[in-house]
Write a protein that binds this ligand. Structure first.
Ligand SMILES: Nc1ncnc2c1ncn2[C@@H]1O[C@H](COP(=O)(O)OP(=O)(O)O)[C@@H](O)[C@H]1O
Ligand SMILES: N[C@@H](CC(=O)OP(=O)(O)O)C(=O)O
Length: 437
């Protein structure tokens, strides 16, 4: 029988009502055999995500501050769900054990992973599916990177023993058995890994929006839904801030040629967005979507006759490598190059970097632009469409936005502009409306 793997994000399993919707969706299609839930997310804008509360519990223990109140909030959420769904599962022993471990100084990853673990137990009970703990099948190496080959082998072998199963998202284990999580939003990756390993016909990613939208709905009002998009475009948009899918989640399914279908738990009849390979489809028209992120710093370096000093760029990159600072973009001109770095990667290393670049590269001028936001306008069809750049820059100019940096990837699938953080939302809106009536 064909298999569908369905991942349900935190918003889809935030309370008992959402659990009921999830059950209805799963029961509507018997191919939905492997289910990956996240931890309960926000029920409304001011609510707390269970994962955030768990991270806070860990913080409290680190500072020897009691965390009982916080943990009670977590227990209330789960017990409320069980109660409302009228389930007979007894979660108390699990909660007692988890609280004990956290108070004894359990690792941050173990603590955070319990949100998914507990939700998985509840969902498996509700559906009468087997529960498979990802600590036994999602494996990380001793450096904390996913061991993709071993994981794939183990997942497909273990899941063959289960006709239907719930596998909590977000975590796995290291070779010594210690729990390890992916980065935030990582249940999307778990779903993708499972879909690849079982050879699913589709990887369904259920969330609270009807698929991938052309822009972040928190910035642009009612953005258009994208019907079809390529893995490549998806990767660009999610990396650049379209948080609906984790940027790493595209790789396992892409390798296996399995389409991703982003669907809305609150509107299950909507077909959502389907993500397919580049060969199958290129969005006609101009752009596919726009996404952006804040909190970047740009180091602009000028050096006369930079081109004739063939070691110049290598030296700069060596300094960044030695300081363990990854580079986001490197737009360059004839006598200048800009280094774009995410503030989260830069930390407090800026002065050290500037000192070393000055000493080792003797530039003519270095300028630093903090508080930058990057916005990517993405679309595979852009290559075949004239005037996209003109339209983009006109939209920004008409909105009175100063562009501080431009970078067009050599694949021509996106154009990235750097603007002041204060202009971020306005710029995204201007670009969107520049292309969409
Ligand atoms: N381009 C986009 N298309 C759709 N949603 C987006 C986009 N950019 C940002 N988002 C946000 O992503 C959210 C869904 O992702 P997330 O909060 O991680 O959901 P889940 O709880 O299902 O994992 C949406 O509610 C929306 O606010
Ligand atoms: N619960 C984890 C992992 C996750 O993927 O969550 P969500 O599917 O709600 O984005 C987090 O909040 O990061």
């Amino acid at each position: 029988m064909c298999i569908k793997v369905a991942k349900f994000g935190g918003s889809s399993v935030a309370d008992a009502k959402q659990f009921q919707k999830v059950r209805d969706i799963i029961q509507a299609d018997s191919k939905r055999r492997y289910i990956v839930p996240s931890a309960p997310g926000k029920r409304h804008a001011e609510d707390y995500k269970i994962t955030d509360l768990l991270y806070l519990c860990h913080e409290h223990v680190q500072h020897s501050v009691p965390f009982d109140q916080m943990f009670d909030m977590i227990c209330d959420r789960y017990l409320g769900i069980i109660d409302e769904l009228n389930l007979s599962i007894d979660l108390e022993p699990y909660l007692i054990d988890i609280k004990q471990k956290i108070s004894e100084g359990a690792s941050v990853d173990y603590t955070a992973s319990r949100g998914e673990y507990l939700n998985g137990l509840i969902l498996a009970h509700l559906l009468d599916y087997d529960f498979v703990d990802p600590k036994d099948i999602i494996l990380f190496d001793k450096y904390g990177s996913l061991d993709a080959e071993k994981t794939k082998e183990l997942v497909s072998k273990r899941l063959m023993e289960h006709e239907r199963a719930v596998i909590p998202g977000f975590y796995g284990a290291m070779p010594n058995g210690e729990i390890k999580t992916f980065s935030r939003g990582g249940s999307d990756i778990t779903g993708s890994i499972i879909a690849q390993a079982v050879g699913a016909e589709v990887y369904e990613n259920w969330t609270d929006v009807s698929g991938f939208l052309m822009a972040d709905p928190r910035i642009v009002k009612n953005p258009k839904q994208i019907e079809k998009i390529t893995y490549h475009e998806l990767r660009e948009l999610s990396y650049m801030g379209a948080t609906v899918l984790h940027e790493e989640s595209v790789f396992p399914v892409r390798e296996a040629g399995i389409p991703i279908n982003v669907r809305n738990t609150n509107e299950p009849d909507n077909k959502g967005t389907i993500i397919v390979s580049n060969k199958e489809f290129i969005n006609p028209g101009t752009i596919t979507g726009v996404a952006g992120r804040k909190d970047f710093t740009v180091i602009a370096i000028q050096k006369n006759r930079m081109h004739s000093d063939i070691s110049f760029i290598r030296k700069i990159l060596s300094i960044l490598e030695a300081n363990n600072v990854p580079v986001e973009h490197l737009p360059s001109g004839i006598d200048n190059i800009s280094i774009v770095i995410a503030d989260s990667n830069l930390g407090n290393k800026l002065n050290k970097l500037l000192k070393e670049i000055n000493e080792q590269c003797s530039p003519d001028c270095i300028e630093v632009y903090p508080n930058m936001a990057l916005i990517a306008t993405v679309g595979q069809g852009m290559v075949y469409t004239r005037g996209v750049a003109a339209r983009l820059f006109t939209a920004l100019a008409e909105a009175g936005i100063n562009i501080r940096m431009i970078d067009q990837g050599s694949s021509e699938i996106n154009i990235i502009v750097g603007v002041e953080t204060n202009d971020f939302e306005k710029a995204v809106q201007a670009i969107y409306h520049g292309f969409v009536e």
